[in-house]
Design a binder for this molecule. Structure first.
Ligand SMILES: Nc1ncnc2c1ncn2[C@@H]1O[C@H](COP(=O)(O)OP(=O)(O)OP(=O)(O)O)[C@@H](O)[C@H]1O
Ligand SMILES: [Mg+2]
Length: 721
């Protein structure tokens, strides 16, 4: 059986699979078979009797990847893969915390806060603490708390040298208390709590160290310091850590991931040899050449060469659209044509840098009647109506969940005003109880609400999950609320109602696929797997996702959309002067394609309610011309590319410019993005965006002292500096 397992691997891959039971690092570029090697190694270890399936712990990047790994394993081995410890860091930590909730001081039914829930919990807390949210923006507070947790630091361990930080630490401490009181944990808490559980509880630690002889990690370059410490703790002195990764695909430094972990791994685990895989099996030559050429612009690379046996294949298709709507229309036409030629829709991916870009694409796909699925982004479980429904379910499970209570106490409206809710919060604070307890004593409509939730709970006790959910939708008033909507909101309400019905379907599927079909398990799934598991999973559908979410995946055809300066590369990285991480992101995007790659961009785009006028991404310029096939006249090449200096030609485009014949802008409006300017009142700043031309135009300037502002060119007397 081993020989069939190993057949088809090249000698380096095979050597990696058959490494002795010591720690190892496989450092290799995109599409070189890292994930395949990792999966095959699990199968090989089990089939050669070196370890039982229960002795394996494998960390993948997404739940989708974990599922795929389990499916591949069952195809390779005649074993029961159910219950194997294969999952994301969050998923595995959740599992461990559920199993040992008492030791971790958590209620068994603890609920998970996604990032939106976390933000509202922080806002609520800051209000109770009377903290000025202008001085301490809640989002910044959220980043502060999550950032510290990802470094493994509790509030009392964070050092502060100024009053501002001290205040933030106070909020952090109170926030943790609030979560504990309410029986909820946020994403980073899952990891930190699990880490603390293992590090404090020797018996438990030894139990798991004894069990997991082989720990395997995919996408190792994106582990953050806490995840790394968690792995180290589990590995102990004797277990083997098998890590695969690619420094060129490290795209989570902004969230604390640390490529330096690779160096630490070599040292901490006494790794003797690093195996490199250099043959790419995924992409045609031109695509790989483009990826290699791009990434060569980065500094500080560990250095790898990728080559392929495959043909050069097609050139990369580049398309310049007038507007984002035109861009979407072009993509839909091409996708439809490919589909007619026999490419399955699920083999086509539309990638974008930011979630907000998906709306226009989705609209075009809906109009064209093409099925699609969005991964990440506007997540099914994050939709307003779904969160309302989940809040009822959460409160039924755990009445301490104040977040859930606040969300639905007056939704659908039952005449409980803001004033009553404030009184409720005051009472809870005064008696040091949860809102639920306070509500039970408050009397009137508030107490009737408690009665409603209790009746939902008793009426559904013992029912199968989908029926519980259906009952709650019908009897909480949620379904009726959307059914009764009329007028302008009717269409939207119908869609929301469909989503609610979809929640029942999701639960049906969940029960079918999981041994633990309790409500708690389902709510956990809703928090952890949000967006990865959408309706109609079996249907052939296009994939839409951010580049971040595309990591590790591959498709016949990939469209990289919105390739405009300040969108991709993102303005933040342009401002910081460090494009390396953005370039790695672009490298990830390019290397997802097997056969065909499209690069598209638009001259104007509506984002966040404003029209933006952009120029082609500087990444386009980093790709060798001979690899590109321009589908639109190379206007930008003339104006933007051939001058040699990108900066001098990235001017503000005139309002009335047509895609092909752009009127040169009036001299008075030539403020290029990146230009440093001086304003009488606001002082020094940098132009970050622009709209329109001539005197009607506006520019956005990020002022050093005054922050970001839009200014009308007619009035703002800016001078270049
Ligand atoms: N020896 C091989 N022969 C044929 N195909 C292979 C071989 N090794 C890997 N492949 C195929 O190449 C593709 C890329 O493999 P895989 O996804 O494992 O690469 P990876 O290194 O994990 O990529 P990424 O860095 O994007 O995660 C897959 O379709 C895989 O099945
Ligand atoms: Mg991979």
């Amino acid at each position: 059986m081993n020989s069939t397992l190993l057949a088809g691997l090249n000698p380096e891959q095979r050597a990696a699979v058959e490494l002795p039971a010591r720690s190892a690092l496989i450092l290799a570029g995109a599409g070189s078979g890292k994930t395949r090697v990792l999966t095959t190694r699990i199968a090989w270890l089990i089939s050669t009797g070196q370890v039982s399936p229960a002795g394996i712990l494998a960390v993948t990047f997404t739940n989708k990847a974990a599922k795929e790994m389990v499916t591949r394993l069952s195809a390779m081995l005649p074993i029961n893969t159910r219950g194997m410890w294969i999952g994301t860091f969050h998923g595995l930590c959740n599992r461990m915390l559920r199993a040992h909730h008492r030791e971790a001081s958590l209620p068994q039914t603890f609920q998970i806060l996604d990032s939106g829930d976390q933000l509202s919990a922080i806002k609520r807390l800051m209000k109770a603490m009377n903290i000025d949210d202008e001085k301490y923006p809640p989002r910044e507070m959220q980043n502060f708390i999550s950032g510290r947790k990802e470094e493994g630091l509790r509030a009392h361990e964070v050092e502060a040298y100024d009053p501002y930080t001290r205040r933030k630490i106070e909020v952090y401490a109170e926030y943790d208390k609030q979560c504990q009181r309410e029986g909820v944990v946020d994403f980073s808490e899952l990891l930190l709590r699990c880490y603390e559980l293992l590090s404090r509880n020797q018996a438990l630690r030894e139990h798991y160290q004894e069990r997991f002889k082989h720990i395997l990690v995919d996408e190792f370059q994106d582990t953050n310091p806490l995840q790394y410490r968690w792995l180290k703790l589990l590995a102990g002195q004797n277990n083997a850590l098998f890590a695969v990764g690619d420094d060129d695909q490290s795209i989570y430094a902004f969230r604390g991931a640390n490529v330096g972990n690779m160096q630490e791994l070599l040292r901490d685990f006494h790794v003797e040899n690093v195996i490199k895989l250099e043959q790419n099996y995924r992409s045609h030559g031109n695509i790989l050449d483009a990826a290699n050429a791009l990434i060569q612009h980065n500094r500080n690379r560990l250095g790898k060469n990728l080559w392929t046996d495959a043909d050069k294949g097609e050139q990369i298709r580049v398309y310049e659209a007038g507007t984002d709507v035109d861009e979407a229309a072009f993509i839909v036409d091409e996708a439809r044509q490919l589909n007619r030629e026999g490419v399955r829709l699920s083999e086509i991916a539309l990638l974008y840098r930011s979630n907000a870009q998906s709306r226009v694409l989705e609209h075009a796909l809906v109009s064209a009647g093409l099925s699609y699925r969005v991964y990440g982004g506007l997540r099914f479980f994050e939709r307003q109506e779904i969160k309302h429904a989940l809040a009822y379910l959460r409160l039924m499970e755990n009445t301490d969940d104040d977040n859930a209570l606040l969300r639905i106490v007056n939704f659908p409206t039952r005449g409980i005003g803001a004033r009553s809710i404030e009184q409720l919060q005051e009472a809870a604070k005064q008696y040091n109880t949860t809102l639920w307890d306070a509500a039970a004593r408050a009397g009137g409509k508030v107490t009737a609400f408690v009665g409603l939730v209790e009746s939902l709970r008793s009426a559904t006790a013992g029912l199968p999950l989908p029926e519980i959910i259906d009952h709650v939708l019908q009897h909480s008033g949620l379904a009726a609320h959307y059914q009764n909507e009329t007028g302008a909101k009717k269409r939207e309400a119908e869609e929301r109602l469909e989503n609610l019905n979809e929640l029942v379907n999701a639960a049906t599927l969940f029960v079918h696929e999981n041994e633990d079909d309790s409500l708690t398990a389902f709510l956990t799934h809703a928090s952890l797997e949000a967006g990865e598991h959408q309706a109609g999973d079996s249907e052939d559908a296009l994939h839409l996702m951010t580049v971040h979410a595309a990591k590790g995946l591959e498709f016949h055809t990939v469209f990289i959309t919105g390739l405009e300066e300040s969108l991709f590369p993102h303005q933040n990285s342009i401002d910081s002067g460090d494009l390396d991480e953005e370039r790695r992101l672009m490298y990830v995007a390019i290397t997802r394609a097997r056969r065909r790659l499209y690069l598209t961009f638009a001259q104007s785009r509506m984002l966040h309610g404003q029209t933006h006028y952009g120029t082609a991404s500087s990444f386009l310029r980093e790709l060798p011309e001979e690899l590109l096939h321009w589908l639109t006249p190379r206007v930008s090449a003339r104006k933007t590319f051939s001058s040699g200096s990108y900066e001098t030609s990235s001017y503000i485009k005139a309002f009335a410019a047509t895609p092909l014949e752009k009127a040169p802008p009036a001299p008075s409006s030539v403020w290029r993005i990146g230009q440093r300017v001086f304003h009488q009142k606001f002082g020094e700043g940098v132009v970050t965006d622009s709209e329109g031309g001539g005197n009607e135009g506006r520019v956005q300037v990020n002022f050093k002292r005054a922050g970001s502002k839009w200014l009308a060119l007619e009035y703002a007397k800016l001078t270049a500096i």
